[in-house]
Ligand binder design. Structure first.
Ligand SMILES: Nc1nc2c(ncn2[C@@H]2O[C@H](COP(=O)(O)OP(=O)(O)OP(=O)(O)O)[C@@H](O)[C@H]2O)c(=O)[nH]1
Ligand SMILES: *[C@@H]1O[C@H](CO)[C@@H](O)[C@H](O)[C@H]1NC(C)=O
Ligand SMILES: *[C@@H]1O[C@H](CO)[C@@H](O)[C@H](O)[C@H]1NC(C)=O
Ligand SMILES: *[C@@H]1O[C@H](CO)[C@@H](O)[C@H](O)[C@H]1NC(C)=O
Ligand SMILES: [Mg+2]
Length: 365
């Protein structure tokens, strides 16, 4: 009697453990973490393409674009020093500096001397940095006052709005930019924390990629109250511009979920912004007035356009580019980057998987 019960117990527990073991195995196969699945099945790894690392290859038709004010010269010099040492001294891509005011001689001298690349200095024409005629400037001023009282970030700033509109609709049409196909946007004050030993321009050209990012995050909803309804009206009117395979699910959660690529870093194809569909989109938003009656940023505008018009393979997550724009940074978490001695960032400070980032959602798409 006793032995029989023991035997039952043994059988039951072994069945139980076998089932448990099988479910663990099954669970792991079905529920591979999104990040891991992304890197295994979707990610194109530049590190694995040795042709990108050849030292003798010719440059792509590309430019480094810096929109900047004279007073930011020292922040900019710091950033250029990092940028040259980590990457551009190996390639010498040209810089175009753009400003709504004339650059000073000091600004030109100090920036020229920090690089072996060609440097060009452009004035932004008035029509790219001013109110379009249909904007009621009294109303715009009232809004700025209201948003300032509500303590919305840059809510009271007029120049910030001109800047966001310029970066949304004009930088790629500036006369000094017109002859280029690809660009890398650079801002004063940012830091690059790992060596970049290949040419990202050649990488995106070779892989037919339109846009690359390092950090994604949520927009402040107070700055864009009517952006999404305007976008939806555009999508209704111009549905023929929107391909069946798109990325709208990355940004659409009944309302706009706020997800966008942080546009202070961008590596991309200028011809995307110059395309008929993007220009139509920009004009549509510009007519609606939200650059001035609210405070629409160029980052959500760019990201919404990318999401409407492109599929996932056209957008690249530059995991290997360690990048800091305070207060957030992308620092690769794979050990290799740090053990190789090529980086100086702390992977624990990486923003990708923390609250406020959309990069986990990107992995999951
Ligand atoms: N020439 C010029 N450049 C500007 C002006 N406002 C902003 N910029 C540049 O536009 C870019 C974005 O401006 P930022 O002030 O960095 O705005 P942000 O990145 O949203 O905010 P923080 O960097 O967090 O302050 C930077 O490259 C600035 O140098 C302006 O009035 N004139
Ligand atoms: C670059 O170097 C590779 C390998 O040494 C060689 O095969 C190729 O012809 C070179 N290309 C140019 C443009 O010099
Ligand atoms: C401009 O806006 C102000 C404030 O909202 C308003 O009083 C005025 O009538 C508007 N002007 C025109 C021409 O619409
Ligand atoms: C590159 O992408 C464009 C669309 O963005 C497509 O028309 C073209 O065929 C692609 N080229 C290659 C070589 O895949
Ligand atoms: Mg900035």
């Amino acid at each position: 009697m006793r032995n029989q019960r023991k035997a039952y117990l043994i059988i039951i527990s072994s069945v139980f453990f076998t089932v448990l073991l099988y479910s663990i195995v099954l669970f792991n196969q079905v529920f591979i973490p999104n990040r891991q699945r992304f890197f295994e099945h979707q990610y194109i790894d530049p590190m694995k393409d040795t042709s990108l690392f050849l030292k003798n290859v010719t440059r792509v038709n590309a430019v480094i674009i810096v929109l900047v004010r004279n007073k930011e010269i020292h922040e900019l010099r710091k950033t250029m020093r990092y940028f040259e040492d980590r990457w551009n001294k190996k390639y010498n891509y040209p810089y175009v500096f753009l400003n709504n005011e004339e650059f000073t001689q000091e600004f030109k001298d100090l920036t020229k001397r920090i690089t072996h690349s060609e440097t060009y200095y452009g004035l932004i024409p008035k029509e790219m940095w001013d109110y379009p005629p249909w904007i009621n400037q009294t109303k715009a001023a009232d809004v700025r006052k209201e948003m300032e009282d509500k303590k919305i970030l840059y809510g009271g700033s007029e120049s910030y709005r001109h800047m966001c509109r310029f970066n949304s609709g004009f930088f790629f049409r500036h006369e000094l930019i017109q002859k280029y196909d690809y660009y890398w946007r650079l801002e004063p004050g940012v830091d690059f924390m790992c060596d970049i030993d290949y040419d990202p321009f050649r990488f995106i050209q070779k892989n037919n990629i339109t846009y690359g990012f390092t950090i994604s995050l949520l927009e402040l909803q107070d700055t864009i109250p009517t952006l999404w309804e305007t976008v939806k009206m555009f999508m209704n009117e111009y549905h023929h511009y929107i391909p069946r395979k798109n990325l709208i699910r990355f940004i659409d959660n009944i309302n706009y979920n706020g997800c966008h690529f942080w546009s202070n870093f961008e590596i991309g194809d200028l011809n995307f912004w110059r395309s008929e569909r993007y220009l139509k989109f920009f004009d549509y938003l510009d007519r609606a007035g939200g650059f001035y009656y609210e405070r629409w940023g160029d980052a959500p505008v760019h990201s919404i356009a990318l999401a409407m018009f492109l599929e996932k393979s056209k957008i690249h997550f530059f995991n290997d580019i360690a990048y800091m724009h305070p207060p957030f940074q992308h620092c690769p978490i794979e050990k290799w980057f740090h053990e190789s001695g090529k980086c100086h960032c702390n992977p624990d400070k990486n923003f990708d998987s923390t609250f406020g980032s959309c990069t986990e959602a990107w992995f999951a798409l």
